[in-house]
Write a protein that binds this ligand. Structure first.
Ligand SMILES: Cc1cc2nc3c(=O)[nH]c(=O)nc-3n(C[C@H](O)[C@H](O)[C@H](O)COP(=O)(O)OP(=O)(O)OC[C@H]3O[C@@H](n4cnc5c(N)ncnc54)[C@H](O)[C@@H]3O)c2cc1C
Length: 273
């Protein structure tokens, strides 16, 4: 199918991007294009204007304070994976970025695009929810707990621009992902973080409503931060996704296995095919 013609604009400031968006309600923001362009090619979206956000001043780069790592929205997965700051402060986040897709995807895809898209099998949503990140936009700060609202749904307004993500630095964190052998998206991925004694467990790839927190697992690990504390616990399969790749019951099983794997390999990303 032929792509519909569209206008391409590349603003240098946030103000300019907002003005362009205000002029046309159908315009779409474009970052790495690794979700939006295939969608346009398939005729599933027909934005008349694409507003490229990657060259806006201040939209790329990584910095850190004593308690947090800040990643600007247009920072590519490859740059997060290679960042010495991220590797030193939150090594599992660098590993997670390095586990996304393949080299081509990592060299174009961005953290802001991934979080704005909120694919139920994407990796960054698990890190953002697991670490209790703050998603900062052109107009407000949104706590990760309030940000992910459903499959491909977020708290963002249609004209809202994600500008950066602030990740609190955990005491320890790990991610384990059972991935689709072709796309490398998660069939079930579990991100576990302990920060100031509180444990958060975020699951991607498996939830019927997208990424979610496994509260029973969090409670057990807050009381006893060992893999054995998860013995006998399970996720209700009725709340999970089922598709051609995996049944609900299989995903429930995988969540448990991935959780134990994450607990067994602190600071790392474990990937299983
Ligand atoms: C073959 C393949 C394999 C992949 N494998 C994985 C994987 O294993 N794990 C994984 O997590 N992901 C995977 N992805 C997805 C990849 O990570 C994409 O980068 C991501 O989905 C979208 O990021 P993007 O920068 O390309 O966004 P785009 O495609 O440019 O945009 C996506 C959506 O976000 C909006 N948007 C973009 N930036 C902003 C912003 N700053 N503010 C507000 N809205 C914005 C756009 O309007 C659009 O609706 C894969 C993609 C492909 C093509």
């Amino acid at each position: 199918m032929a792509m519909q013609p569209f206008r391409f604009v590349r603003p240098r400031t946030l103000a300019e991007a907002k003005t362009l968006r205000a002029e046309n309600d159908e315009a779409s923001f474009l970052s790495g294009g690794h979700t939006l362009l295939p969608t346009i090619k398939q005729g599933l979206a027909r934005p008349p204007i694409l507003i490229d956000v990657t060259c806006i001043h201040g939209m790329s780069g990584i910095s850190a304070s004593e308690s947090a790592v800040t990643i600007c929205a247009a920072t590519r997965h490859a740059d997060v994976a290679a960042s010495e700051i991220v590797q030193a402060k939150i090594p599992v986040l660098a590993g997670l970025a390095g586990s996304i897709g393949d080299r081509h995807v990592r060299n174009r895809g961005t953290i802001g695009g991934s979080l704005a898209n909120n694919d139920p099998a994407a990796d960054y949503p698990a890190a953002a929810l697991g670490l209790g990140a703050m998603i900062v936009t052109d107009r407000r700060e949104i706590n990760a707990d309030d940000y992910f609202t459903g499959l491909f749904e977020t708290a963002l307004e249609p004209d809202e621009i994600v500008t950066r993500i602030v990740f609190p630095i955990p005491d320890v964190a790990a991610y384990a992902k059972f991935r689709h052998p072709a796309s490398r998206y998660s069939i079930a991925g579990v991100f576990i973080a302990r920060t100031d004694g509180a444990v958060r467990v975020a699951v991607t790839g498996a939830g019927g409503q997208g990424v979610f927190r496994a509260q029973a697992f969090e409670q057990a690990l807050t009381n006893d931060f060992r893999a054995e504390a998860l013995d006998g616990l399970s996720i209700d399969p009725d709340t999970l996704l089922e598709d051609l790749i995996a049944t609900k019951e299989y995903r429930a099983h995988l969540i448990h296995v991935m959780s134990r794997s994450a607990m067994g390999h602190p600071g790392t990303v474990q990937t299983y095919k």
